[in-house]
Design a protein around this ligand. Sequence first.
Ligand code: FAD
Length: 469
Amino acid sequence: MQLVDPRSKHERIVERISIQVKAAYDQKKPVKIFHGGTHSTRPQHFTRDNTVDISDLNQVINIDVAGQFAIVEPNVPMDALVSATLPYGLVPAVIMEFPGITVGGGVQGGAGESSSFRWGLFHEICHEYELVLGDGTVTKASEEENHDLFHANVGSYGSMDIITSVKISLIPAKKYVRLKYIPTGNVAEAVKAIQENVKENVGFVDAIQFSKEKGVVMSGDFSDEADLPKSRFRMAWNAWFYQHAKKVVKKGQPYEELIPIQDYLFRYDRGAFWVGDYGFGILHLPNIWLFRFLLHSLFTTRTLYRFLHATNASGQYIVQDLCLPEDSIVPFAAMNDDLAKVYPLWLCPIRPDDENKLSPSYIKTKLVINVGVWGKYVVDSEKFIETNRKIEQQIKDLGGRKVLYAHAYYTEDEFWSIYDKEWYDKTRRIIHASSTFYNIYNTVVVKEKIQSSRLTGLMGLIKSPFKIQ
Ligand SMILES: Cc1cc2nc3c(=O)[nH]c(=O)nc-3n(C[C@H](O)[C@H](O)[C@H](O)COP(=O)(O)OP(=O)(O)OC[C@H]3O[C@@H](n4cnc5c(N)ncnc54)[C@H](O)[C@@H]3O)c2cc1C
């Protein structure tokens, strides 16, 4: 189904990007990729002479209903992607939980969600990329064509190339997700319940560990039935999803319900999982229904990210996603109890990846579990860095990998003891990326001291903090 005729516009934009990249290549001046926003928590610095602006690559170019795939530009966010495919009864098999995460950011940033135990991370449902290489060449990469480039691109944080379109496979959707909430005790019990549920014939599994002793595992599938209670999570008057999940398992019994598909896919948007609780703390307001209702638009992820960047608040929070082999979750939780005591934790099972060397799920195990550790941690900056570095060391010792969207504090030697430097440098040389795009280590490691300020945060809500200076 041809939506509009966006191809000529697409070609014009790609040509402009290619010319700009070629100029950077000729001058040996590396460039960053700007797309109008980010879900990375690192401070962002874009200047006119170091930035390629790809924010207008934001169209769904084509949806092939019979072939069950879509061709989309990289700056299409998840909610727009679902809105474009759902009228044809189709959705991408992996849709990240935050509606503003983009297709390009998802591929290059190693993103995934509760269907990833079955399908892998988002890049594993992407079958072809159009790319601008470091010398300005426009090319395609897939399993069959430019195989090495196809795999090198994943999880590279803009250090290999610029993605200008993506072919994404789609699957049939239904009206609801039928979701079962299973109360669990400590983390060991949650891991066991996750391991059992991923073996069932279901489409979605994730878990919240509310405290050391209490959690919930949620397991679901698409459904057109109408025989169960229904809940929604996107309206101002709805509960935030994690609050609802906590409430329905309070009596220690399993609970089942139907959730309209978009409410399920973006269930963690309001309140950004539970990170929004801290926003109420900053405003000195209780997190009660009336204030959630009145301040609804301030507490969606898109606004919370603007606030986070404008205030530099990431220096007072541990915000990390850590991919670990299934057997390492219990020792990791013990370390969290000793070191940072962050709760709730998010547990999301992921199919391991054995082809994409920079993917966070490139781990030798039967099942990867991503732990989302997002919590307040107000200490001086030395202690903050020390704790983050202890977490990094522990993740490495436990055979895991960090998702690199967040702060990283590795030394260069530590970083390259996890990733394959010889392969990385050689690949960058072959595809002319070395002098055009910033190296991944320099992109993801935080070297500056982060000073947070509420005043700049309020200004940032008025003026976007995501801009080219
Ligand atoms: C609290 C919290 C919870 C999170 N929860 C989840 C979750 O549940 N599920 C999940 O999947 N992720 C989650 N994330 C992480 C998020 O998915 C990643 O940060 C993702 O990469 C964000 O995509 P983005 O569109 O914001 O891209 P960005 O963060 O802006 O980009 C990521 C990288 O990709 C590069 N890039 C972007 N577009 C292109 C392109 N077209 N070509 C080349 N390079 C490009 C950028 O330069 C950057 O280096 C969470 C993050 C936080 C802070």
